[in-house]
Design a protein around this ligand. Structure first.
Ligand SMILES: [Mn+2]
Length: 164
């Protein structure tokens, strides 16, 4: 199963459009927040072709209907999806990894830092797709696609958008 992971598009519809254009064949999209409307826009672009799950970021208004952390099950894996600010990810992923382990997840997905990170770990793989619109690790926005197969380590691909 191919899933798309993106984050921190911060309202850039052009960035969301480029993300979707590069990977229109993802059956599932995860959006790690900032801002929630970006996930809704991708949902509009993908139509019935994909499921979109998202969490809010620190730039979203608090909303009781959108929990800050969710667990998504896909292809025999359990993914913890969170923006990351509540786990202090700007100082490291230790608390994020602990939360993923407590939730019986084998993959933790976060954003917020605007820097691509992927650590294929045992037992927890940690993924940050960077920022689609405001990268802090180069000139070009980024996102990830991940091939997920039951019982196998995820295969991670980083994509750059070709725009500032
Ligand atoms: Mn943020």
């Amino acid at each position: 199963m191919k899933i798309g992971i993106f984050s921190d598009a911060h309202g850039s519809m052009a960035a969301v459009e480029q993300v979707y254009a590069i990977a229109p064949d993802c059956a599932l999209w995860l959006y790690a927040g900032d801002v929630a409307s970006d996930a809704h826009y991708l949902e509009t672009l993908a139509g019935a072709g994909a499921t979109v799950r998202f969490v809010p970021g620190n730039c979203d208004w608090p909303n009781a209907n959108t929990p800050e952390t969710i667990v998504v099950e896909a292809a025999g894996h359990r993914l913890l999806l969170t923006h990351g600010h509540v786990y202090g990810v700007q100082y490291g992923t230790r608390f994020l990894v602990e939360a993923a382990a407590e939730a019986n997840c084998d993959i933790a997905v976060y954003g917020h830092t605007h820097v691509v990170e992927y650590t294929l770990g045992t037992p927890i793989t940690v993924l940050n797709p960077g920022s689609a619109a405001r990268p802090r690790d180069g000139a070009f926005g980024s996102f990830m696609t991940v091939d997920l197969l039951p019982g196998k380590a995820p295969s991670v691909h980083v994509h750059r958008l070709g725009q500032k």
